[in-house]
Design a protein around this ligand. Structure first.
Ligand SMILES: Nc1ncnc2c1ncn2[C@@H]1O[C@H](COP(=O)(O)OP(=O)(O)OP(=O)(O)O)[C@@H](O)[C@H]1O
Length: 616
């Protein structure tokens, strides 16, 4: 391998007649004046005499061809492989053409590629094109990142990529970007498995109900298996967790109502005026309801008339209270705004938001667990706003008290991870969840609170937040506007950006201030699998087969069935509580015909009727 063509201090071409180059592989250029220079292959091509060398716009220009000839390559007789190599550090002078080039050994790239040990960092995958440098690799780096390719598990090939999570203290927050099916959720799963390995407290917002870690991936060999059941907990909003109404401050309540559906200034004022400290849901709701009823009546005189006609004390007292509220609040609380608040409040209550509290979450975080919060996107937005504010404040209060040397209860640092991040922090308009995420993006580092935000649409994610993500995982992206955003927000080169639409699912570029450059990685095989991995078409077939088998087992003891006994069979099956199915003669016949088609039973015509009987 030799340097060919005109060179610069940053870039050279390398030619070889022995082997093709791999994109992203590392090479060492032995420049006789400057010593050894490390570079990375950013573009590759191969030529032979059947392909004209002077294709317009190709990466190789005439200087390369001339020097290939001059150095002794026979471009007419052999296939020549050419690589464009970018130096990792700028050279002092242009590189000497004709310099020899060699593959580096593991110890020469170790400091560049391995930033921490597998026990202290997140083992996320394998750095691409590093297979040839495996020799001499430390034992603790071997066989820790198995790959999943072509529907089977393959051993680790190459140097593992270990994310140095401790450097998040300096370079906080992670972004995961990629189009549909690019491997984003799979990557997030691997990241979270590794976070669980280190027992780092984490909140996961899971709008797709997919972040369950209890099922071991079916392709995994025993030696890689890991049991996460004690390390995570899935909690559903409205079932397991919710907001304790009595703990809400007026501001919290306004944030919640606003997250449910935006509230106007007048509505905000209604809450300011009517919400009292330690209100329960019922006491606040009753106050609003009674004021609204009084406003519907329209005037104190009319309410007085109702009070006079009340025929029992309870009703009279209630209307007196309505009047009192009317006198005090009608001027400052317009009727429509009161109704708007009632509507939002009832909606939240119907969703179960006010049942339960966040105790299970805080306890989980305090014991170093990964807590997965599940709910639909709208509910998650509402709940996350409240939850993240609460947890972030707890951590901030602890740290602030620590700075001031005041005793307070400990609350640990933690990570917040979410898919569909553009829904929680959209670009271009305000949303309640966005303000807390923005605050954490900007100053969470100080308090040890970090974000992992995944989205299909980086262009729709708030720019201030995107700019704060020090590490970005970029999976396959096809949409040109998103590729443009990625180019602006990462240090991906033009060549790398051009490859984005063609990346295989599970391949990613990791652009990180921690590594100082972009690293191409194949994400390792996840050890657990999502509950939604079954192909929906396979699901249809297996469900149908199951139903057929179940029905066959019911009728097989009743065969043969014919026109004479079919009515009795229907009655027998219907009356049997164990079977619990509804049938009529027509539907039974259809089901029997279906079993005939599948070869499970036989149909025979006699002189008098049709008989369904055992197949053999
Ligand atoms: N690292 C990987 N190794 C092997 N296979 C992978 C890897 N990543 C993804 N895949 C395969 O690609 C499929 C799609 O990946 P994934 O579900 O993560 O896509 P996605 O980017 O999250 O898409 P969406 O946003 O639509 O959910 C997975 O089911 C898996 O089969």
């Amino acid at each position: 391998m030799k340097v060919v063509g005109i060179t610069t201090q940053q870039e050279v071409y390398v030619g070889s007649n022995e082997r093709p180059f791999r994109i992203n592989e590392m090479l060492i250029i032995m420049d006789k004046y400057q010593g050894e220079l490390m570079g990375e292959v950013v573009e590759t091509s191969s030529y032979n005499r059947y392909i004209p060398l002077n294709i317009d716009g190709g990466m190789v220009d005439s200087s390369v061809i001339e020097s290939l000839k001059a150095i002794g390559y026979s471009i007419d007789d052999e296939t020549i492989h050419i690589a464009k190599v970018r130096l990792l550090n700028e050279a002092k002078y242009p590189v000497e053409t004709g310099s020899d080039v060699r593959e580096p050994r593991f110890d020469e790239v170790k400091d560049l590629l391995i930033k921490t040990s597998p026990d202290e960092g997140l083992v996320l995958g394998v750095i691409k094109s590093t297979e040839h440098m495996e020799e001499g690799m430390d034992e603790n780096l071997k066989d820790i990142a198995p790959l999943y390719e072509d529907n089977e598990i393959k051993g680790q090939r190459g140097i593992p990529f270990i994310f140095d999570i401790k450097s998040m203290n300096q370079y906080p927050h992670i972004g995961i970007f990629g189009g549909s099916g690019s491997g984003k959720s799979f990557g997030m799963r691997v990241l979270l498995e590794e976070i669980m390995k280190l027992n780092i407290p984490t909140i996961v917002l899971d709008p797709h109900f997919e972040m369950d870690f209890s099922t071991c991936a079916d392709y995994l060999e025993d030696k890689y298996k890991e049991d996460y059941t004690e390390k995570f907990k899935c909690l559903q909003i409205g079932h397991h967790v919710g907001v304790k109404f009595t703990d809400l401050s007026t501001q919290d309540l306004k944030d919640l109502l606003n997250a449910s559906a935006p509230i106007s200034d007048a509505m905000s004022n209604v809450v300011d005026v009517l919400h009292k400290k330690r209100d329960s849901y019922q006491s606040f709701y009753d106050r609003l309801r009674m004021l609204s009823e009084a406003q519907n009546i329209g005037s104190p005189a009319k309410i007085d008339r109702i009070i006079q006609t009340c025929d029992n004390n309870i009703e009279r007292e209630r209307w007196e209270r309505c009047k009192e509220l009317y006198d005090r609040y009608d001027k400052s609380c317009p009727s429509n705004s009161v109704k708007g608040i009632i509507w939002r409040l009832t909606r939240l209550n119907n969703d179960g938001v006010f049942s339960n509290d966040i105790r299970e979450i805080t306890e989980g975080i305090e014991s170093g667990k990964l807590i997965v919060i599940q709910g639909n996107i709208r509910l998650l937005q509402v709940f996350a706003t409240y939850l993240l504010n609460k947890l972030y404040r707890k951590r901030r209060d602890y740290k602030d008290a620590q700075f001031k040397n005041i005793e307070t209860d400990y609350f640990p640092p933690f990570i917040i991870a979410t898919d569909e991040a553009h829904n929680f922090a959209p670009k271009g308009y305000d949303s309640p969840s966005k303000s807390v995420l923005k605050e954490i993006a900007q100053e969470g580092r100080k308090y040890g609170v970090f974000l992992i935000l995944a989205t299909q649409r980086p262009t729709l994610l708030d720019e201030t937040i995107t700019a704060q993500l020090s590490t970005k995982f970029v999976f396959r992206i096809v949409r040109s506007s998103d590729i443009q955003t990625i180019k602006e927000e990462t240090d991906l080169t033009g060549e790398e950006a051009k490859r984005l639409p063609y990346l295989k699912s599970g391949d990613t570029f990791i652009s990180s201030a921690i590594m100082g450059r972009t690293i191409p990685v194949r994400i390792r095989a996840a050890k657990t699998s999502s509950p939604h991995t079954e192909n929906p078409f396979d699901e249809l077939v297996s469900k149908r087969n199951m139903e057929e088998e179940k029905f066959y087992n019911i009728i097989k003891t009743k065969l043969p069935i014919n026109e004479m006994n079919i009515y009795d069979v229907v009655k027998e099956i219907e009356q049997d509580e164990e079977f619990n199915i509804k049938l009529d003669i027509e539907s039974l016949k259809n089901k029997l015909e279906n079993l005939v088609l599948r070869g499970k039973i036989k149909k025979r015509k006699t002189a008098f009727c049709i008989v369904y009987e055992e197949a053999n």
